[in-house]
Write a protein that binds this ligand. Structure first.
Ligand code: SIN
Ligand code: MN
Length: 286
């Protein structure tokens, strides 16, 4: 899938592009069917909400679940990212965020690149986030919130938050977030939430400031987040376990466009379990 010059200009201005209904309900079927069995697993890659058994994030499913391994190589997802970064990309992080009905907890205001730089020593922000909705996203099931244009600020100083939720995150100062929202139009467009059916996709800049509130609605808001990094910009430290920050910098080779509808062989290196090496961490620079 090729982006038009207008889309590239829009991405540069706003820091994101939204593609409502990019994948059909038939294409989403195998992904949605695979999720319940994945969240039942008692593995380290399932991070649960604070004080609850509800799964917050399932990491690295592209290494042990066939439908997600195919999604990770889908040309409609990979090609726009390659075009924006002008280089081959590898999978830095792969997560399924459940945002379970009634239980899904907040994601504080943050930039993803803040965490990738501080924890993983990723040299520059030449990495991109892609969100793919597995459920319909509406105003009530805690949609992502973006501050349009906030990626132009570059990397913003952040504080390491270990307490608010079950997942450590470098989060932003509220006064600064308020300023950024004002600058982006305040009540008139200073915060936007792309809403749409399951199968919609968002591509967003790794410095775009975003957050989401808790999900008090009766509807799950399961989304897949794929973080693709330019190969030359690979991380330089394995401070986090491999299921969170991937260590295989091989460029992604795309499958055919119908790969979610037909069988296409894919490698599943963690099919029989995560290797013990994936839990080994180090502060050494590579
Ligand atoms: C994220 O920022 O990585 C996830 C946010 C969300 O799922 O709401
Ligand atoms: Mn994020």
């Amino acid at each position: 899938m090729k982006l038009t010059p207008d889309q590239i200009a829009q991405f540069d201005r706003d820091g994101y592009l939204f593609f409502p209904g990019l994948f059909t309900p038939q294409e989403m079927k195998s992904l949605n069917e695979a999720v319940p069995a994945l969240t039942l697993r008692r593995d380290a890659f399932n991070v649960r909400e604070k004080g609850s058994d509800a799964v917050r994030t399932t990491f690295a499913a592209h290494l042990y679940s066939e439908p997600f391994a195919r999604l990770a190589r889908h040309p409609r997802m990979v090609e726009p990212v390659q075009q924006l970064l002008g280089e081959a990309v590898y999978m830095h992080q792969f997560k399924i965020n459940s945002k379970t009905a009634f239980e899904g907890d907040v994601w504080q205001w943050h930039q993803d690149y803040g965490t990738w730089r501080n924890d993983d020593l990723m040299p520059t922000e030449r990495a991109m986030n892609v969100a793919i909705f597995l459920d319909d996203v509406n105003a009530f099931n805690a949609p992502l919130m973006f501050i349009p244009g906030s990626h132009k600020k570059g990397v913003i100083d952040a504080t390491y938050d270990l307490t608010t939720t079950s997942y450590p995150l470098w989060t932003l100062d509220h006064a600064l977030v308020a300023q950024l929202v004002e600058r982006a139009g305040g009540k008139h467009g200073g915060i936007v939430s792309p809403l749409g059916p399951a199968g919609s996709m968002i591509v967003f800049h790794s410095c775009l400031v975003h957050a989401s509130s808790s999900n008090l609605s009766p509807w799950n808001r399961v989304s897949v987040y794929l973080s693709l990094c330019a190969v030359s910009n690979h991380i330089r430290r394995h401070k986090r376990p491999e299921y969170i920050a991937q260590r295989d910098f091989t460029p992604i080779a795309c499958l055919p466009d119908d790969c979610l509808l037909r069988e296409h062989p894919v490698e599943l290196p963690w099919k029989n379990g995560m290797p013990a090496s994936a839990l080994v961490t180090s502060l050494a620079e590579i």
